[in-house]
Design a binder for this molecule. Sequence first.
Ligand code: HAM
Length: 444
Amino acid sequence: MSNKLQPVRGTHDVLPDEFEKFSAIINIARELGALYGFREMATPIFEATEVFSRSMGETSDVVSKEMFTFETRGGESVTLRPEFTAGMARAFISNGMQQHLPLKLFSTGPLFRYERPQKGRQRQFHQVNYEWLGDDSWQADVEIITLAGHLLYYLSGGKGCTLHINTLGDKESREKYRAALVSYLAPFADKLSEDSKRRLNENPLRILDSKDKGDREILINAPVMTDYLSASAKARFNKICSVLQSDGALLFQEIKIDPALVRGLDYYTDTVFEFVANTGELGAQNTVLAGGRYDGLIEQMGGKSTPAIGFAAGVERLLLLMPNKDISIKDLKIGVFPLFEDDMKLAATNYIAALATLLRVRLKSIKDELKTKREFSAEVIWQGKLSKRLERASKSGFTHAIIIGDDEVNSGKFLLKDMASGTQSSIDRDKLLENDNVKKIFGI
Ligand code: HAM
């Protein structure tokens, strides 16, 4: 029974301290997306299984080993979403969004993959995800990679990541390369790992990112994608890299052109990219963000041919990437501490409750007036030993403590302590009747 009271392996509870950071990251991602013209939408957490199996590729690790698939009571096979892209493409087709192109769409929420859990890798995790549909220009690739770099730059407090980038080329280039790779690998077929043997016919490009030691040795002399790119695919990629190398210098630590980068999902075409964290915090799971172009996916799923590019970043990994500074924007946290133990008189209770209400009414009104993203809170710590409550005042991140005893109740005042500077002042409660006074008192 006791095991049942633990979260299931690969899942975890997000307690308030972590949640605050977690939601701050999501808000930053959402706001930054809006800055680049992305609008938020949501798709269901589960979809018909084929939405994922057809799009991501039957031989991809995600589809072949990692999906949470189950049968509903009605006998349909459904799958908890392992990513956003396929569901977004499905939604794009089902809702006739074709007529509103181009579209820039942002989504966030939980995803599920049955992977071996470790630091930065969970079975239930979260992403912030961006998809840009209907623009096949190379400039769109540059812009979305810049957005990705901007997000990581902001969250890591500087150039915390290296951009790895590659092109899978257009269809023609990929077919030529695929043929060359298969003819190179065929004589080694017996020596390849089991996964790679299976992929040799089904999806040979995926063998390139095999982690198996034997496979890696065989791959040393394998043909390189770059040599098989058509002139137009090559020119496209060169333009993208050249702009990123100059503009990206603002945002990325480094740009690595990595011909072995193929990504694990089948729908990618042309540009693929990943951002790898330079800090040691993330351990083996140091790819924080990944994406690429998928110009064939929507047509393959039954829609009209629509070019698209996108990326997603794992929120749990972004959390590890962030330096230990507090990015919480909860700037004003007021604690009201009645100096009474237990039996508080009715008059004192009234006084304190009215003061707290007054304060909250003012704070809400100031927040609306200033349209600020800062969070304001005022809470009364009613219960507990006085010494414990005051200890809490200094430990719980309150920016201000309001202290109220008999003297204050009798004189219509309150004692305000600024927690950062330690200064105290006695203030008339009636000052809380006006926004301007409240702004002055709390330095808003
Ligand atoms: P992905 O590479 O499978 O791509 O995942 C993107 C990011 O999600 C990873 O870089 C990582 O930060 C995070 N992530 C993935 N699996 C886990 C896990 N088990 N635990 C924690 N974090 C994880 C995609 O999902 C594509 N749909 C991205 C995309 C969007 N491509 C085009 N548009």
